[in-house]
Design a protein around this ligand. Structure first.
Ligand SMILES: C[S@@+](CC[C@H](N)C(=O)[O-])C[C@H]1O[C@@H](n2cnc3c(N)ncnc32)[C@H](O)[C@@H]1O
Length: 209
């Protein structure tokens, strides 16, 4: 059973906004950048958690929004918080078990998901959701000399995630995706107040007519 099923949303969001972590706002900022440049008609958000950043979507541009998570409690919270967001569909699914089985979209956004769900089937599931000529945007956490991968806040449920959390090397991901027909279009490094940093890579899936 995934350890994420034992993490209440309040713990996850408390942890992510705690002093010394402060990651939710930077994640929204990166998501905003991707949305502004890709302007996707359809979008999938992998590991949507509590829907951080949904307010950044321009619904005049993005007509279909697929939010996917392994934790049903998180999806229920997103449904409640964003009941009036047009085009929002929520899907309870374990990306590490198999593809989502939905029509592919223009942009698949995966922020801090592969560190938890792995780069095997979860990466296959992500790629299967991208239309030819569409994009996969990935946010990875970069190694820090001063802080653990999962920072020690008071939220004990989060600490159990350490056992399965694995940093992913952006260079490795770029090479792996190139061998799968995805070309790195844009990358940036975003420093965090904690001394950690995020890496954002936007990949174009080649093969459109
Ligand atoms: C670190 S959070 C990422 C949060 C979000 N992307 C953001 O920007 O705030 C990881 C999320 O991925 C979900 N998750 C973990 N493993 C998963 C899996 N195998 N399939 C689907 N979702 C998964 C967790 O439930 C959690 O919501």
């Amino acid at each position: 059973m995934s350890r994420w099923l034992r993490v209440p949303l309040a713990d996850y969001e408390g942890h992510m906004t705690a002093a010394g972590v402060e990651q939710l706002a930077p994640l929204v900022e990166l998501f905003r950048q991707v949305l502004a440049s890709a302007r996707p008609g359809s979008l999938a958000i992998l590991g949507i958690a509590g829907g951080n950043g949904l307010e950044a979507i321009d619904t005049q541009v993005t007509k279909r929004i697929l939010g996917i998570d392994i934790n049903r409690e998180y999806l229920d919270a997103v449904a409640q918080r964003h009941a009036s967001l047009p085009g929002l569909e929520l899907l309870h699914h374990d990306l590490a078990q198999g593809p989502v089985g939905q029509p592919p979209v223009d942009l698949v956004h995966a922020a801090l998901v592969f560190e938890h769900a792995g780069t095997g089937q979860c990466l296959d599931s992500a790629l299967a959701l991208v239309k030819p000529g569409g994009r996969l945007s990935v946010v990875l956490q970069l190694p820090s000399e001063t802080q653990a991968g999962v920072a020690p806040t008071g939220y004990l449920s989060l600490q159990a995630l350490k056992e399965t959390f694995q940093l992913i090397d952006p260079a490795w991901l770029t090479q792996t995706l190139a061998s799968r027909g995805c070309q790195l279009e844009y990358e940036t490094r975003h420093p965090l107040p904690s001394g950690k940093a995020f890496w954002l890579g936007v990949f174009l899936l080649l093969g459109a007519e």
